[in-house]
Write a protein that binds this ligand. Structure first.
Ligand code: NAD
Length: 474
């Protein structure tokens, strides 16, 4: 049994038994057996059940958000939004269930050729601890909509709402063996992703884990999509709307106590606005309230674990010598929170070129600030990382904004905004931030694979490869 701990005060909430490799094996086999009947149902039938899941979630927003806040330490307004967004994902993919279609490809008069999109079969979803309920929904809803089975492994620190989602799925009429939430840590995850009967792996988490999963998947050539971390820049030009930029910079890195893959953890400022923006960000940071996430006045709660807190504190300690500490907020003085995993939001600038804070993901509330003189230097600094998840650009010059968006190495670029996401818009990274795309039409490409069907209309023996037309292939 593993303790599930609240980061608010280090209290043990409950104990959860990790799924042993034998249980993982049994769950994969059961899912494989259940999947064909699910795929054979009509899209509208699958969609109806996914809408029923959304109904059940929407009727329990408060309960789910409170459990999530207790388990993750994230403020209640954030977890409420995430629960609603999870329901929205079930509705969005419920719509997709009826929209699956292939295409007829007119290769020439001698053939009738078409594609049939087919589900992969058994999908393994592995998710991190920072947005547990929403990520569970983001893996399960598209897998089911497109006719797959789904086995979901939540992070061992935060299994509670994912397990609850498993119950809601059954209540909504999802066949029991089709979806299974498998709690546990690395061992459970490794057993799942290395199972030969898993047909697709969708992973969200750290890049080192992503590499381990890609290696495990290679043994069976299982396709994988990897949503990994980031070190995303927010670039502010001299002509930007600074009020909006400052708001977005502060929320972009300090919300969720910095535990966001898309955290805008590097602020890249044009020298003409450097002092002004830095002063304004610093003032906002000093005023941030770190504390009990159930308290409405709190801006950010604790980090998820003592280990994550210590990792962030180590970044802060070494950046004191690698750069200048510009601003830091206070820690809570509430005696009830004494054992919680709190860290102070902190801003550094004048960092040495080799400083880890400029290139490595902290996954905590720490901002690194640097300055640029011209567009070329802004782009060079923005790209000075192995990650490529997201970037923000702030300018009134729309041509410059689109030029930057076209050139920067990132899966998502926000112009004069930050941190907006939608089920409709593809999301994913490049470089150390991973590969594969979720959401929108890309989700259909991820969770389905096309089968091509050729029919001879003319008879006879096909000759050679076709070029723009049809012919025999070897
Ligand atoms: P992690 O990689 O340590 O763990 C993620 C999940 O993988 C957990 O469920 C864990 O138990 C499991 N796991 C660990 N080792 C495994 C193995 N060998 N085989 C199979 N599963 C294994 O990540 P974390 O620390 O929980 O989360 C933080 C990371 O997630 C950060 O790097 C963050 O940027 C990233 N993240 C990315 C996105 C995105 O969409 N790109 C979103 C959120 C978080």
């Amino acid at each position: 049994m593993a303790d599930v701990v609240s980061p608010i005060d280090a209290r043990v909430l409950t104990r959860v038994a990790p799924a042993a490799p034998a249980e993982v094996d049994a769950a994969v086999r059961a899912a494989r057996a259940a999947q064909p009947a699910w795929a054979a149902r009509t899209g509208s039938d699958r969609g109806r059940i996914l809408h029923a899941v959304a109904d059940l979630i929407e009727a329990r927003v408060e309960e789910l958000a409170e459990t999530e806040t207790r388990n993750t330490g994230k403020i209640l307004s954030d977890t409420r939004r995430e629960v609603r967004r999870a329901a929205g994902s079930f509705r969005y993919y419920a719509g997709w269930a009826e929209q699956v279609r292939g295409e007829t490809i007119p290769v020439g008069p001698e053939y009738h050729t078409y594609t049939v999109p087919e589900p992969h079969g058994v999908v393994a979803g592995v998710i991190p601890w920072n947005v547990p309920f929403f990520f569970a929904a983001k893996k399960i809803a598209p897998a089911l909509a497109f006719g797959n089975a789904c086995l979901l492994k939540p992070a061992e620190e935060t299994p509670l709402t994912a397990l609850r989602l498993g119950g809601l799925l059954a209540e909504a009429g999802v066949p029991e063996d089709l979806v299974r939430v498998l709690p546990g840590g690395r061992e459970t995850g490794a057993a799942l992703v290395s199972h030969p009967d898993v047909d697709l792996i969708v992973f969200t988490g750290h890049h080192d884990t992503g590499k381990a999963i890609a290696r495990a998947a290679a043994a069976h050539l299982t396709p994988v999509a990897l949503e990994l971390g980031g070190k995303s820049p927010q670039v502010v030009f001299g002509d930007a709307d600074l009020d909006r930029a400052v708001d977005a910079v502060v929320l972009g890195v300090f919300a969720s106590c910095g535990q966001m893959c898309i955290a805008g953890s590097r602020l890249v400022l044009h020298e003409s606005v450097y002092d002004e923006v830095l002063d304004r960000v610093a003032a906002r940071v000093r005023a941030l309230r770190v504390g009990d996430p159930f308290d409405q006045a709190t801006d950010l709660g604790p980090q998820i674990t003592a280990a994550q807190r210590d990792k962030t504190l180590a970044f802060i300690a070494e950046s004191r010598t690698a750069g200048r500490l510009v601003a830091q907020s206070a820690l809570p003085d509430d005696e009830r929170l004494r054992d919680g995993f709190y860290v102070p939001p902190t801003v550094f600038d004048r960092l040495d070129d080799g400083a880890r804070l400029l290139r490595e993901e902290v996954f905590g509330p720490v901002l690194a600030v640097s300055s640029f003189r011209d567009d070329a230097e802004a782009l060079r600094l923005a790209d000075d990382t192995d990650f490529g998840l997201a970037a923000g650009v702030w300018t009134a010059d729309i041509a410059r904004a689109h030029r930057f968006a076209g050139q920067v190495r990132a899966g998502t670029v926000w112009i004069n905004t930050y941190r907006v996401l939608s089920d409709l818009v593809p999301f994913g990274g490049v470089g150390l931030s991973g590969y594969g795309r979720e959401n929108g039409t890309e989700a259909a490409h991820l969770y389905l694979r096309p089968k091509s069907v050729w029919t001879s209309l003319a008879g006879g023996t096909p000759q050679g490869y076709g070029l723009g037309g049809a012919g025999a292939a070897g």
